[in-house]
Design a protein around this ligand. Structure first.
Ligand code: HEC
Length: 277
């Protein structure tokens, strides 16, 4: 190939790549028990139930105004059972399970919305993320009347897909605690917090689908090789225990994980280490 031909090739390839980048408008896929639908950003913004809402944003840490569709409207026609969950999956595959009961009907105190970024007026970069990207293109936000609150992880940003699933404990019964552990026991609270906060990245004894972090149960349970105070310190702030350049886990301050919830997670991990399998 001559130099001129090579240049021409490079130019053509450049045009092809640029065109496909423009053509790729982000889409959101919603998967119910029987069907899957995909919506472009434009289609969602044109939805007749879109409105402007202002929320006290748990991720941006300030009031934010969005173009948004109420979740019950977005999910109309998708069968969601009383015990089902919505698995909200981000572009990078990070996923969080939101109880379906929170999204099938909005109450006066807790209203869930899908916020849709408007290409002409993009949202600011997410605070604390080095990549400078926003929470868009799709972001689950909550309008709350205090003291009502939802777990901060239910503010699911950079969404690519929403799928109806059975409850995590039905899908992964190996995480459960025995029936003789009373309701309200810290071990049960720990399981609940583990499912909400940690499962997105970790498996436990192979259960779950998180793949970013190590399995916390096997081959060895973390409570069998971490000293408990160091384990708690690690969960609060991993870099206070050890550091390296590619470190990923962010840690949990007291606003996202109270001291008693942190203790409860470790209680559940330790309980599972001893439970007969
Ligand atoms: C965003 C993904 C993510 C979430 C959410 C997450 N972790 Fe991690 N975790 C990781 C990664 C990745 C590592 C491996 C070390 C690293 O890269 O930071 C890790 C490491 C760990 C370790 C150290 C294990 C070892 O043997 O070195 C523990 C313990 C741990 N996580 C506990 C938790 C707990 C408990 C939660 C929930 C409160 C949690 N993690 C939530 C990603 C996550």
């Amino acid at each position: 190939m001559t130099a001129a031909a090579r240049l021409l090739m490079a130019a053509l390839l450049g045009i092809i790549t640029a065109t496909s980048a423009v053509a790729q408008s982000p889409t959101l896929t919603i998967t119910g028990p029987n069907a899957s639908r995909s919506y472009t950003q434009e289609a969602l913004l044109a939805n007749p139930t879109v409105r402007s809402i202002t929320v006290t944003d748990a991720i941006y840490h300030r009031p934010m105004t969005y173009r948004a569709i109420p979740l019950p409207e977005l999910l109309k026609g998708t069968a969601i059972g009383a015990d089902d969950y919505l698995q909200a999956r981000a572009i990078d595959n990070f996923s969080v399970s939101i109880p379906g009961s929170l999204v099938t009907a909005n109450s006066a105190e807790i209203e869930g919305f899908l916020a849709v970024e408007t290409p002409a007026a993009p949202w600011p970069p997410l605070p604390g993320k080095p990549d400078k990207a926003s929470a868009g293109p799709f972001y689950i936000v909550w309008r709350l009347v205090p003291p009502a609150r939802v777990s901060p992880e239910y503010w699911a940003y950079r969404l690519a897909a929403i799928a109806v699933t059975e409850s995590p404990l039905k899908r992964w019964p190996g995480l459960a605690v025995d029936a003789d552990v009373p309701a309200g026991d810290p071990i049960r609270i720990g399981l609940d917090r583990y499912v909400a906060l940690c499962m997105a990245c970790h498996r436990f004894n192979g259960e779950g689908e998180g793949g970013q972090g190590p399995d916390l149960g096997r081959p060895m349970n973390v409570t069998d090789y971490f000293q408990i105070p160091a384990l708690k310190k690690f969960i609060r702030d991993p870099s206070s225990v050890r550091r390296w350049p590619e470190q990923k886990m962010a840690g949990y301050d007291r606003t996202t994980l109270s001291d008693s919830d942190l203790d409860a997670i470790v209680d559940w991990l330790a309980y599972k280490a001893k439970q007969k399998r």
